[in-house]
Design a protein around this ligand. Structure first.
Ligand SMILES: Cc1ncc(COP(=O)(O)O)c(C=O)c1O
Length: 545
């Protein structure tokens, strides 16, 4: 069971008992019914070991106090992710161990077994669930996360009839196949060059890509490529020296990684509500939460604000900048979803002193695997980030001068991204055109269209509506072959692994409400006009029925 109390009362878990405790926790979690962890797992179709890590929070703090930080982080970085296949036509499921090799000592190998057991238990339930699903499964690549997720639409009401003339072939949610066909030859050539030179890690593509991304962003930024958007955020926090005893303000309505990384470095995420229209961090609530955090005392240092550009729309950086300057806080942009967006004539990457982004395949600029980058406006910070990216190395590789991670990007991913960057400007314009077509086609219906902000251009990672009866809309769209996705069904402050006394249920009402109202429509630069019409018609027919 995850610890849900405040930091002050968190129980101390003795170092050597930690693995057994984790195993017990896994066993009880498996037995829990809907609404518990099991329900959460079935909703997302994803099984991660993260709750084991979270449950071990007390143990982790103990590690920190012992100064074994490197070891702690290595264990915390080990992830077991069960991935669904991103292709709708091949509902295959495989398990991937995205982990570093477990250490040989007793503690780590037992911890490792615990997680493998978790995954097996998760899979048994996945198979059972698949057999009993009454609706056709479909897979979609989650744009907001580092996982490919199986999403199942809600069950239709009894007596529901198929809409007449409903097309049987479902539309793709993300157009990776069409993009792949267009770029295949160029990508193969680029990959061939990597095979020729054989520098699979730290090859010449890394520097080339860092330069071209920095040129694309402009504003004199420096780019440090890394292995994922999550690692980009971890590197940012490490570079700022944020750790135990520090508070970082994060929006509650966001993807998991935003809050996760704060906990990974030992700091406390302090949740902030979002603006109902833009769905981005609300500057007014930020001021309120800063005051609350100060009042709550506890000897914690308020260190930074991590703004998220949700669904591609940049957060209100001018307002946030002002608050951060006044309160003495650092501003970090979690722009995992918004690479390619702009505000006030400046591109994402140059809107905050430090920006982290993701190149997960379904992102506006996505590779064929995980990837990310950190952009800094002060070039001196880039050197520290490069050191953190390689285990904190100094001038010599085995001269470790700070705590770091293995956050390197491989040369193959850099090569793919270099090709994709060539067409990225055109793709961003196509996304913008698609969003305009949706706006026009869906106007006048009883729903909220995504907000636009004066002076800001979205990267349109998602086109996300707000609707009262979201589940009914999803069922009828699915019947018409139109896939949808829900980003996100639960706010961070209510996640079992992240809960804290400072933010009980009801404390961040907008985030909580949005989780029950949001629904995203297919959005990608290769969607044909006829398919856009089909989506619009399907939504309009739902409201006409
Ligand atoms: C807001 C946000 N932050 C961080 C991440 C993490 O990026 P990655 O999946 O590349 O680790 C994601 C999504 O994937 C995200 O949507």
């Amino acid at each position: 069971m995850a610890w849900t109390g405040g930091d002050e009362q968190r129980p101390e878990i003795p170092f050597r008992q930690c693995p057994q405790l984790l195993e017990e926790q896994s066993a009880t979690a498996v037995d829990r019914g809907p609404g518990g962890l099991r329900g959460h797992h079935e909703d997302t179709g994803v099984w991660t070991a993260s709750r084991c890590r979270r449950s071990a929070g007390g143990g982790r703090e103990w590690w920190h106090r012992r100064g074994c930080e490197a070891r702690c982080r290595t264990a915390a970085k080990r992830r077991i992710v069960s991935r669904g296949d991103a292709s709708p036509s091949r509902p295959r499921r495989s398990t991937r161990l995205a982990a570093q090799r477990p250490h040989d000592d007793g503690y780590h190998s037992r911890l490792f077994r615990c997680r493998v057991a978790d995954v097996r238990a998760g899979h048994r339930r996945c198979r059972a669930r698949r057999r009993t699903d009454r609706l056709e499964d479909r897979t979609s690549t989650e744009a907001g996360g580092d996982v490919a997720t199986r999403t199942t639409a809600p069950q239709p009401a009894q007596g529901h009839r198929e809409p007449e003339g409903a097309p049987s072939e479902p539309l793709p949610f993300v157009g990776l196949r069409a993009q792949g066909e267009r770029l295949r030859q160029r990508i193969e050539q680029r990959l061939g060059r990597v095979l020729d030179h054989g520098a699979y890690v730290n090859g010449p593509e890394i520097e080339e890509r860092e330069r071209s991304l920095a040129d694309f962003v402009g504003g004199g930024v420096t780019c440090v490529a890394c292995s994922s958007g999550t690692d980009a955020l971890v590197m940012a926090l490490l570079e700022m020296g944020i750790g135990a005893g520090d508070v970082v303000f994060v929006p509650s309505f966001t993807f998991t990684a935003t809050a996760e990384v704060v906990l990974l470095v030992g700091a406390t995420p302090w949740y902030v509500d979002v603006d109902e229209q833009t769905m981005n961090l609300c500057p007014c609530d930020l001021e309120r939460q800063i005051a609350r955090a100060r009042e709550s005392g506890g000897g914690r240092r308020l260190r930074a604000v991590m703004a998220v550009d949700l669904f591609g729309l940049p957060a209100d950086y001018s307002a946030l900048d002002e608050i951060c300057a006044r309160e003495g806080l650092e501003l970090i942009a979690d722009s995992a979803q918004s690479f390619g967006a702009a505000q006030g004539g400046r591109r994402v990457g140059a809107l905050a002193g430090l920006t982290a982004t993701s190149f997960f395949p379904a992102k506006p600029l996505g590779g064929y695997g995980d990837g990310g980058a950190v952009f800094v406006t002060d070039a001196a910070r880039a050197e520290t980030l490069r050191s953190i990216r390689e285990h904190g190395k100094g001038p010599d590789r085995y001269d470790i001068v700070r705590l770091g991670i293995n956050g390197r990007l491989d040369s193959f991913q850099a090569a793919v991204l270099l090709v994709k960057l060539e067409v990225f400007g055109e793709e961003t314009s196509r996304r913008e055109a698609l969003s305009r077509a949706y706006d026009e086609g869906l106007s006048g219906l009883p729903l909220w269209l995504p907000a636009r902000r004066e002076g800001a251009e979205s990267a349109w990672a998602q086109y996300t509506l707000q609707v009262d009866d979201r589940d009914a809309l999803r069922v009828s769209l699915q019947r018409r072959g139109v896939p949808t996705a829900v980003y996100y069904p639960l706010p961070m402050h209510l996640q079992p692994a992240y809960r804290s006394d400072s933010h009980p249920e009801g404390s961040l009402p907008v985030s909580e409400r949005l989780c029950g109202r949001v629904v995203s429509l297919p959005m990608h630069p290769y969607q044909a006009a006829a398919d856009t019409e089909r989506v619009i018609e399907a939504v309009r027919s739902h409201f006409a029925d």
